[in-house]
Design a protein around this ligand. Structure first.
Ligand code: DGI
Ligand code: FE
Ligand code: FE
Ligand code: FE
Length: 187
């Protein structure tokens, strides 16, 4: 599928506001891909599909996680986490995506994980700092975008975890592993 067909296909699956967010993530991810020497087409594809099932039926997502034998602990955490791995599944099944890095970027865009590829980090960060995002602290995160992908990613993950802790929400283990990996890494 070319870019326009993909955009038209996902547009029917979400409200306009989420589509506008997706375009923002796509443009931000392409910019970051240019700066950090990642394939722009892969960044574009992962960004377009990252929230493809954000508005899918919750029971259907739950069933898919069980049937596809995804990590069962996902079901004991907030349902907001489900659209990322289920989105990767749909990208593969319905949109024929075969590139594993693209599928991983979709799968881990909400929680992060340890040992993320550059593409995975780009999608995670673009999702947080795209121009339509408005939360306190977002401008500080945007300023990190030129400081290196590692520093940007670290700032984004810290912000997410701190946000969850402030709200007394549980933090999914992959997010903690992601944070630990970033703060203990030397290179
Ligand atoms: O889908 P988006 O809104 O574009 O963004 P996202 O995929 O990053 O999902 C954001 C939601 O997921 C947000 O409401 C916070 C929640 N979230 C992210 N990481 C965790 C989490 N919720 C819990 N409980 N634990 C996490 O580790
Ligand atoms: Fe998402
Ligand atoms: Fe996110
Ligand atoms: Fe998103």
């Amino acid at each position: 599928m070319n870019k326009d067909d993909l955009l038209n296909a996902i547009r029917t699956r979400m409200p306009e506001k989420r589509f506008v967010h997706t375009i923002g993530v796509m443009e931000t991810a392409i910019q970051l891909a240019k700066v950090y020497e990642v394939d722009e087409k892969e960044a574009e594809l992962a960004a377009i599909l990252h929230d493809v099932v954000k508005f899918a039926d919750r029971d259907w997502m739950k069933q898919t996680i069980i049937e596809q034998q995804m990590e069962p602990t996902l079901l004991t955490f907030h349902h907001e986490l489900w659209h990322a791995p289920v989105g990767a599944f749909v990208a593969q099944q319905e949109f024929g995506v075969t590139n594993q890095d693209v599928l991983n970027a979709i799968c881990y865009h909400t929680t992060g994980r340890k040992f993320m590829s550059k593409l995975e980090k780009i999608i995670y960060c673009a999702d947080m700092i795209e121009p339509n995002r408005k939360f306190s602290g977002v401008d500080e995160l945007r300023q990190q975008a030129e400081q290196g992908l590692e520093l940007l990613m670290k700032a984004c993950v810290k912000h997410s975890i701190q946000f969850l802790i402030k709200k007394n929400q549980p933090v999914y283990p992959d997010s903690i592993h992601c944070y630990n990996d970033l703060v203990t890494r030397k290179e």
